[in-house]
Design a protein around this ligand. Sequence first.
Ligand code: PEP
Ligand code: MG
Length: 843
Amino acid sequence: MQAQATTQLTLYSPLEGPVCPLENVPDPVFAGRILGDGVAIDPINSRLTAPCSGRVTQLARTGHALTITTEEGAEILLHLGIETVHLKGQGIYPKVREGDRVNTSDVLIEFDADYIALHAKSLLTVMIVTNGDRFDIIRRDNSSTVTTTTPLLILRERSTVQNNIPRNTATGELSCPVVVALAGGLHARPAARVRETARRFSSQLEIAYDGKRADCLSITALLGLGVSEGEQVIVYARGIDASAALDAMAQTLQTHIETEAISAVATVNTVVSSHAAAGVIKGICASPGLAMGVVVHWDDTDVVETDSLNASHPEFELERLTSALQQVTAKLLARVAKAKEAGRDTEAMIFDAHMGLLDDPQMRMQAQTLIQQGDSAAKAWQKTIMAQCQVLAALPNPLLAARISDLHDLKKQVLRVLMGKSEKALPVLPQNTVLIAEDFTPSDLEAIDRQRVTALCMKSGGPTSHAAIMARSYGIPALVALGDAASQLASGTKVVVDASAGCLETVPNAERIAEVAVRQSQAALHQQNILQNAAAPAVTTDGRLIEVAANIANISDAQLAAAHGADGVGLLRTEFLFLGRDSAPSQQEQVATYQAVINTLEGRPVYIRAIDIGGDKPVAYLPFPLEPNPALGLRGIRILQVHPAVVETQLRALLSIAPLSACRILLPMVTDADDFVRLRTRIDTLAQTLGIKEAVSVGAMIEVPSAALLSSVLAEYADFLSIGTNDLTQYTLAMDRGNPGLASQLDGLHPAVLHLISQTVAGARLHGKMVAVCGALASDPVAVPVLIGLGVNELSVEPGQVPSIKQLVRKLDYEKCAREVKTLLGLASAAAVRAHCRRVWPL
Ligand code: PEP
Ligand code: MG
C-alpha cells in the first residue's frame, strides 16, 4: 500500500473505565513518554480488546503486554497494569498469539482485575504509539470515562517518504526470540556491543521486552528495557539484510560476557563484616587495600544549577549543543586512545561506552525537542540526562542503576563545555590524599593526580560502578556506599581506609596509626629491596642469565624502564606516535622520538617495532579497505601493501638512530620466511642507499602460528625472534583477544601455545639466535618459570614489573624449570598447566 500523508487511523479504547493522562502513570518510562505518546485507562472491566485491526507482532511471555502493528505500520503497545511483569502471567489470560491477525474490539487478553490490583503496582493500563516518529496523535477524546466503542485517539501518518522505507522492502520484518546470556543483562557495555552489532547492518534492528521496544542503535533505549540475564527478548529486523542482522544480533545477545563488574560484587560480599565499631564508617569494598592519609572533599560544584540560564534562539541553542557534544566526544576519543596506549583496556572500554551514550539518538532527540520547546542547550541537556537517570533508577537491576553515575559524568562534561568551563580546574592535592566524594565519575578519576591519592571514598555508588572498576585497575583502595557520615569529616582529618575490610576509620588512635604505618613500611621495604637489586642481572640459581627488558609505549615509559633497572626495551610499540592525530608523524618527528628513547636507555638495546596498525588499532587518516575480519587482514607488516610510504618513512627514521647498534628493528605479524625476507631486503637496500656500513639488526615477531612452526627456516634470516604471546594465543586458540566473553579462556599458558613457543626456541637454536617473549605472558609470575624452562632468553615486561620479575628469576632453577616443562607440554588445558605451576612454584 502506498501510504498517503493524510492517512488517518482511529484507536478505540481497549478497556472501559476512567481515562488517565500518561504523565500520571506511576512509572517513569510511561509518564516520561520514553516509549512514545498515548493514554492510560483505569479498567472497570476485565477484557482488553483490540483498539484497531492489525497483527499481534509482540506478546510478552508473561502475557501482560502486546503490540499490534496496523497495516499502515503504526505500532500500538498495550501494557496491562504497571509492574505486572512480576506477576509472571498470574491472573492474565491472553486470547491471542504472536502473529495473529485481529480486528477492532477482538478480545486480546482476559484478566483477573482483583488479583492484579492486589498484586501489582497499579491496574492502570496504557496504550502507546511506539513509533511516534511516523504517526502523530492529532486528536484525543475528552471524555473522562470511556467504553470500547469510544474513538480514543486519532493518529495521522507523517509523510509518504518516511513510511516507505522499511515496510516496502522485499524482505519485510523478521523476528526471533532470544534468551539474553550477557552477564548482568543489557547494561551499558553489553548495550554498546548490541549497538556495534546493529551498526554493521543497514536493516533496522529492535529489541522488544516487557512491552517495550528499543532501537538497537539507542543505548539509553536498550538500558530502559531493563533486561536481566536469562530473560527472553524478541529481536526484530527490517531491511534488505534483515536475516543476517537478526542472526548476528541473536549471537551477540547469546554471548555470555562475564564482566569485571559482576565478579566484583562477589568479592565485595566476602569482605564486608556487619558490625561497625565507634569511629568507623562502614562501606563496601570497591577496590581492596590498606591506606592512611588526610581527608580532602572532592568538589565538583563548578557545574552550577542551570535553571538560571536563559535560552537564546532555538537554532542557536541547537548549534551550541551539537558543538558541545562534538567537543566532549573528541575528548572521549582521546581518552580511549590514551587508555589503549597504556594497555588499560577496561578504562578504554568505559570511555568507549560513554561515547556510545553521548551518540545516543534518543537522548539527542529528546534534548533537541526540549530546545525547540524553549529550553537553553544546558537546561535541555540536564533535563534529558535526569529523565534517563530516573528511568534507570526505577529498574530493579543494580548493574543498570550503577550506570546513573556515567550519565552524570556526561551531564557534567557537556555542561562544562556549554558554560565555558571546558576543563575543571583541578585542585592541587596533598600527598596521601583520601579523596571523598558523593560518587566519582570515570572522567574525574582519569583527571586527578593519582600519584597523590592513597584511597577513594564514595558516599554512594556501588562496586559495579565504572569508578569502582577504574579504582581497581589503578590499584587504589576504594570504598563505596559510605553514606552521609563521610561528609561530616573535616578536611585534613587523618583517617585509615581499610578497604579490604570495608572500613573507613575516622579516629584511628596512635596504636592503630603505628600498626598501619608498620604494615605499610614493611611493604615499602620489600619493594625497596627489590628496587635496590633492580639493575643487577637476573641469573637463575644455576647460573642462566635471563634478560629482563621492558615493553614501552612512550618516552615516560622509557624513563620508568630505565629507573626500574630494565636490561633494555624489549618492545617499543611505535603506534603511540601514529594514534590520536590527524596525519602521520614526519620522519623528523619520528627520529627525535626514537632517539630520545635510545638516549634514555643509555646504550641498552631497544627493540623498536615497525608500526603495527590495522586490526584492533585503526588509524583514521590511514584508510584500510573494508575487511570482514580485520584481525586476519591488513595489519602488521601487511600494511606495506596499502601504505608503503608510511613504512618507508618509518624505516628511514629508524636507520637515522645513533648508535644504530642500540636499535633492533622488530617486524610484526610475520607469516613466514618469505614474508620476512621481503622486508628485510628492503631495509638492507635502504641502509646501503643511505651509506650505512654497519649491519642492521632485524628480527621477526612470532605472533602467527605459521611463523612459529617454520621458525627453523625463519631464524636463518632473522637476527632474533620475539614472541608476541598476545596474538600468538589469539591465533592459535582462534579466540578474539578483544572479546571479553572469551577473556577467561584466552590463556597463553595453553599447552598448544607452549608447544609453539618450544618449537620457536628449537628453530632459533639451530641458528644460534636468541628468543624473547614480549607478550603479556612474560609479565605473569606464574608463567615466568615456564618460559625460562622452554629456553626463552629474554622476558620483556611492564616497566614497573622489571624489579619483581628479576627477583623471581633469581629464585628459579633453570634445569628444574626445563624438566617440569616437559610435563606441562603433555597436559590437557591451560587450567591444568596453571594448577601444576602453582604446585611446583608456589608464589
Ligand atoms: C603480542 O601480540 O603479544 C604483542 C606484544 O603485540 P601487541 O600486543 O601490541 O599486538
Ligand atoms: Mg601483537
